[in-house]
Design a protein around this ligand. Structure first.
Ligand code: ATP
Ligand code: MG
Length: 216
C-alpha cells in the first residue's frame, strides 16, 4: 500500500486546509498546535501529515519527502520551482504582498527623484523583480521576520511584506504604498509521486478542486 505524505505548516495554513482535507476524507488524529509530533497520523492508514516551516514546504515536496504540500505564492515565488507541479490555487491564506513605508515618508517623491531606497524584506527575489520592473535601483536587506521594525529604526526606507488587514502596519505607523502581488496558497505536488501514486493523489486533487470551485 503506497503511503501519501502531505507537508503543511502550522497556523493559518493548517487551519484553512482542514476543510479541504475533510472533503478528501482525511482527518488528522491530532492537532499540530497541541501535539509536539511532526508526523501526524490521520484517519486514513495511507495518509500522513508532516508539519514543517512554511518556507520549507516546497523543499520537502521537491525532494519527494512529501508527495503533496500546501504553500503560499510568496514562498513558491522565492523558491526555485523545478520538479514541482502546481495544479491548484486553493484560494486560502489570502493576503497581498505590498511595499510599505513609515507614515509621512514620501515614497513616490523618492521614486520620482531616483533616490536609491533601502528595502528590507524576507522576499528578496520577489522584491528585486518588482523594483527592477519599475526601473528602480534599490538596496535590498534580507530579514527573516518582523520587517515592520526596519523603517522605524532606520534599517530601511521601505519594506516588502504581506498585508491582510493592515493592522500590524497601522500599529507600527506604517502605510502600504504599492501592491506587489496578490497572495494565496497553492497545492504543490511532486511530479514523480503524481505518476507513481496517481490513483491516490488524483482523487485528493479533485476533492480539493471541488471545494475551491464551490467558493466561486
Ligand atoms: P513563521 O511564522 O514560522 O516564521 P511564516 O511567517 O512563513 O513562518 P505564517 O505566518 O503561518 O508562517 O505564514 C504562512 C503563509 O501564510 C505565508 O507564506 C503566506 O502565504 C500566508 N500568510 C502570511 N501572512 C498572512 C496574512 N496576514 N494573511 C493571510 N495569509 C498570510
Ligand atoms: Mg508569520
Amino acid at each position: 500500500m503506497s503511503q501519501i505524505t502531505i507537508a503543511l505548516s502550522k497556523g493559518r495554513i493548517f487551519e484553512e486546509t482542514t476543510p479541504l482535507l475533510e472533503a478528501a476524507g482525511i482527518v488528522p488524529l491530532e492537532a499540530p498546535e497541541s501535539s509536539r509530533k511532526l508526523i501526524l497520523p490521520t484517519n486514513r492508514d495511507d495518509v500522513r501529515l508532516i508539519i514543517v516551516r512554511a518556507t520549507d514546504v516546497p523543499t520537502y515536496v521537491q525532494n519527494g519527502a512529501a508527495d503533496l504540500g500546501i504553500a503560499g505564492k510568496d514562498v513558491l515565488y522565492e523558491h526555485d520551482g523545478s520538479g514541482l507541479y502546481q495544479p491548484l490555487d486553493l484560494k486560502i491564506a489570502k493576503c497581498k504582498m505590498m511595499v510599505a513605508v513609515r507614515e509621512g515618508f514620501d515614497y513616490f517623491g523618492s521614486v520620482r527623484s531616483g533616490a536609491r531606497l533601502k528595502v528590507a524584506t524576507k522576499y528578496v527575489k520577489t522584491a528585486r523583480e518588482h523594483f527592477a520592473n519599475k526601473g528602480m535601483h534599490v538596496d535590498l536587506i534580507k530579514l527573516y521576520g518582523s520587517m515592520e521594525l526596519a523603517p522605524l529604526v532606520g534599517l530601511a526606507d521601505a519594506i516588502v511584506d504581506l498585508v491582510s488587514t493592515g493592522g500590524t502596519l497601522r500599529a507600527n505607523h506604517l502605510v502600504a504604498v504599492e501592491d506587489v502581488m496578490p497572495i494565496s496558497s497553492r497545492l504543490v505536488v511532486n511530479q514523480a509521486s503524481l505518476k507513481l501514486k496517481h490513483a491516490k493523489i488524483q482523487p485528493i486533487i479533485d476533492s480539493f478542486a471541488a471545494v475551491v470551485a464551490q467558493q466561486d
